[in-house]
Each structure stands twice: as structure tokens, then as C-alpha cells.
Design a protein around this ligand. Structure first.
Ligand SMILES: C[S@@+](CC[C@H](N)C(=O)[O-])C[C@H]1O[C@@H](n2cnc3c(N)ncnc32)[C@H](O)[C@@H]1O
Length: 209
């Protein structure tokens, strides 16, 4: 397993689901997703990955919208919840129990919806994770990164606390650098999240399309 020393483990996430302690879960799809899809930034029928899918609300929305949807999570409870949600709605998606730091898709992806997955990984894993996202996306593919804004006072004392880990926009620019990634001009849309934190909607295109 790829967990960083001091970072959350699969057992940590599994326990959160089993105890119902999932304050990040909106109980419905992120309200930002449907309007983004309506803008046509992801082509119809595209292969879309939801890494760290949790309870699978966005997986169901993407599958219902006709995307070839792949969901990955390493917590068995998250996989079960996502599969149950799809079955209940009569929807199809590929739901895989795997560590994102060890898994790879069978074919290039057209888009990735990362909602609180990067923020769930210890920052020691960010470079490796970002490199994997870049290698999984087809040239011209879209990364929809909901970058959790979880700044804490303890950062001033040099401590790294999470999850969620704070996804500072400048850290994101270094992680997904131009010109390999096309960045729209700021400012970026800021949405509320459950648990009192916010997220920045960073819609990045992988170069080469
Ligand atoms: C904060 S939750 C977010 C869930 C969902 N995206 C949402 O916003 O409701 C983070 C999720 O990422 C999963 N996760 C964390 N690290 C992972 C890894 N290395 N591989 C696969 N899944 C991981 C956890 O099991 C958990 O379901």
C-alpha cells in the first residue's frame, strides 16, 4: 500500500465509512458537476475517471449522463456504496477497488473528476499522484480538480495537517505545470463544501490535444 508515513491509510478511510463519519459527503452529487458537463467540456460518451469515489454520487451522475465511467477507491466500503448506488439506479460503471498509487487504466482517459481525492492524500504522495493523472489522460484530456481549501493556523507553525490537506492554488500550479497543462485565467470558481471548507474548481487541459 502506498500510504505515506503519518498520512491516512486504507484502514483510516474504511473506519470512517463504517462509523458513518464522512463529513465530506454531500449526500448528493457536487452541484458544480452538472453545469460543467452542460458546458460541453467533456465530450459525450467520454471515458471519465472518478478517483477516490467515496459514496459514488458523482459516479452515478456521470453514468446517468452517458459517460463511460470508471470509479476507483481503495476502501471496500466506498466501493460497496458506489456499486449499490449504481445498482439501485439501474446504471452501469466500472467500480474498482484499488490503490490509485498502484493502479493504471486499461486505456487512456478523456477526463478525470478529482473531488477531495488529492486532498485526501498526504502531500508526500502528490508528485507521484499528479504524474499518474497526467499519464492516464489522453492528450487534450480534461482534469476537473476540485481543490480543497483547508488552510489551518497550524501551517504557520510549519505543520502539515490533514486530511483534508490544503490544496493551495500555487501548489497546484507547481504540481500541474504549464505548458504541460493549460490553465484558464484566474479567478477560479470557489464552492462551499460540507465540513466548512471550500473548494476551487480548477479545470485543466492536458497539452497535446
Ligand atoms: C475525502 S474522501 C472523498 C470521497 C468523494 N470523492 C467525495 O468527495 O465525497 C477520500 C476518498 O479517497 C479514497 N482514497 C484515499 N486514498 C486513496 C488511494 N491511495 N487509493 C484509492 N482511494 C483512495 C478514500 O478511501 C476515500 O473514499
Amino acid at each position: 500500500m502506498s500510504d505515506a508515513p503519518g498520512g491516512p491509510s486504507v484502514a483510516f478511510w474504511q473506519e470512517r465509512f463504517e462509523s458513518g463519519s464522512t463529513p465530506w459527503d454531500r449526500g448528493e452529487p457536487n452541484p458544480a458537476l452538472a453545469p460543467l458537463l452542460a458546458r460541453g467540456i467533456v465530450p459525450a460518451g467520454a471515458r471519465v475517471l472518478v478517483p477516490g469515489c467515496g459514496a459514488g454520487h458523482e459516479v452515478a451522475l456521470l453514468a446517468a449522463a452517458g459517460y463511460r465511467t470508471i470509479a476507483v477507491d481503495y476502501a471496500p466500503a466506498a466501493v460497496e456504496l458506489t456499486r449499490a448506488r449504481l445498482t439501485q439506479a439501474g446504471l452501469q460503471a466500472e467500480v474498482i477497488e484499488a490503490d490509485l498509487l498502484a493502479w493504471a487504466p486499461a486505456a487512456p482517459l478523456d477526463a478525470i473528476w478529482d473531488q477531495a481525492c488529492l486532498a485526501a492524500l498526504h502531500p508526500d504522495l502528490w508528485v507521484a499522484y499528479a504524474q499518474r493523472l497526467a499519464s492516464w489522460l489522453a492528450p487534450g484530456g480534461t482534469l476537473m480538480l476540485m481543490a480543497v481549501q483547508a488552510e489551518r493556523d497550524s501551517r504557520r507553525e510549519g505543520r502539515i495537517e490533514g486530511p483534508p490537506y490544503h490544496c493551495d492554488v500555487n501548489a497546484m500550479r507547481a504540481l500541474f505545470p504549464s505548458p504541460q497543462w493549460h490553465w484558464p485565467r484566474p479567478p477560479y470558481a470557489r464552492h462551499g463544501r460540507p465540513g466548512g471548507v471550500a473548494e476551487l474548481a480548477l479545470i485543466l487541459k492536458r497539452a497535446g490535444g
